[in-house]
Design a protein around this ligand. Structure first.
Ligand SMILES: *Cc1c(COP(=O)(O)O)cnc(C)c1O
Length: 361
């Protein structure tokens, strides 16, 4: 497979090569159906089987039971920023938000458009360098829910503990770290993730909702904006992103083949140890802006002594086939997005490049 780069894009992001090969193999004639999955009806028996299997795989890989609805929606994670308050914080209720990064902040702003926000914690004044200690998160007992973003994709921080919210439902944007580590997913009443980071291609958003929480949702919303519509129809109320769901199924099967969440966690731990090790070994040259205790295992951010050096780092890396390293335009610097599909060997090559670059600079 010469010609394939090492892909650090933040999203859409690297997909496992094994998955891409299956897609290629099955593309023209999906399992003897005589059609590509790209041109099959979402009501076909082939797609219904894919839909059912993907729902079952989400439950199996994340350790969920029948108590959770598994939805595949369009509109990206950004649409959920609005649908969550519309469905769960209507009637002038207040929803609590933990503000730890650009996406967490966007989610909060969308809630302001339809409801009232209580800021439970914010590290905005600290340039989002950290996530809170659990005792720093404060919100009213009657909040409609508490929303947080488990991994801050742009800033490179991640939650390693979650608040015990008691009777207040816990809601999480997991777009950039879903299925990357072992986690008790049952502590969440709702969580969601745009697939294009850890689960598949762009176009589908996974939304998982506990049945008891869904029962409290507002009933008077337009059909497409109501989670209940999609839960009642197994996400087949309208045409779902058929191809993206199919690839998500293959990615979930790939995760299982790696030993499930325990297996990918072990790989991700080794990857981040190697990469942060290289950053910390050269503190005068590579500086990780995120507070160490809240460092992300998925998005590793770093600065170099000057913006010129950063630009050279990105250009030289590209010549060697490392792509997608430019930090988000809002923060600058370098960002390695090392989602599940980025291998340990890829990181070993990266660390070797970093060492050579520093010595030649
Ligand atoms: C990428 C990302 C989003 C935005 O997802 P879209 O699917 O583009 O709407 C939201 N939240 C987080 C944490 C992300 O990483």
């Amino acid at each position: 497979m010469s010609g394939r780069n090492i892909n650090f894009n933040p999203g859409p992001a690297a997909l496992p090569l094994d998955v891409l090969k299956i897609v290629q193999e099955e593309l023209l004639d999906y399992r003897g159906s005589g059609l590509s999955i790209l041109e099959s009806s979402h009501r076909s028996k082939e797609f219904e089987a894919i839909n059912d299997q993907t729902i079952a795989l989400v439950r199996e890989v994340l350790g969920l039971d029948e108590d959770y609805h598994v939805l595949f929606l369009g509109g990206g994670a950004s649409t959920q920023f609005a649908l969550i308050p519309m469905n769960f914080a209507g009637d002038g209720r207040t929803a609590a938000y933990v503000d730890t990064g650009s996406f967490a902040n966007k989610a909060m702003k969308e809630c302001e458009a339809v409801s009232t926000v209580h800021v439970a914690f914010s590290s905005k004044e600290e340039k989002y360098r950290r996530v809170p200690d659990m005792n720093e998160i404060r919100y009213p007992d009657d909040a409609a829910y508490l929303h947080l973003c488990s991994n801050n994709t742009i800033e490179g921080t991640q939650f390693w503990q979650f608040p015990d919210t008691g009777s207040v439902p816990l809601v999480a944007d997991m777009s950039s770290d879903i299925a990357s580590r072992r986690l008790d997913y049952k502590q969440f009443s709702l969580f969601y993730a745009g697939a294009q980071k850890n689960l598949g291609p762009a176009g589908v958003t996974l939304v998982v909702i506990r049945d008891g929480f869904l029962a409290t949702a507002r009933k008077d919303l337009p059909s497409m904006l109501s989670y209940k519509t999609h839960a009642d129809s197994k996400s087949l109320y309208n045409t779902p992103p058929v191809f993206a769901v199919y690839v998500m199924k293959l990615v979930l099967e790939w995760i299982k083949s790696k030993g499930g969440l325990a297996g990918v966690e072990k790989l991700n731990e080794a990857k981040k140890d190697l990469l942060y090790g290289a950053i910390d070994a050269a503190p005068d040259f590579y500086v990780g802006p995120a507070e160490k205790s809240g460092r992300s295992w998925m998005n590793v951010t770093m600065r170099l002594p000057t913006e010129d050096l950063e630009a050279r780092f990105i250009a030289d890396a590209k010549k060697e086939g490392f792509v997608g390293l430019k930090g988000h335009r809002s923060v600058g610097g370098i960002r390695f997005s090392i989602y599940n599909a980025v291998s340990l060997e890829d990181i070993a090559k990266t660390v070797d490049f970093m060492d050579r670059f520093r010595r030649s600079a």
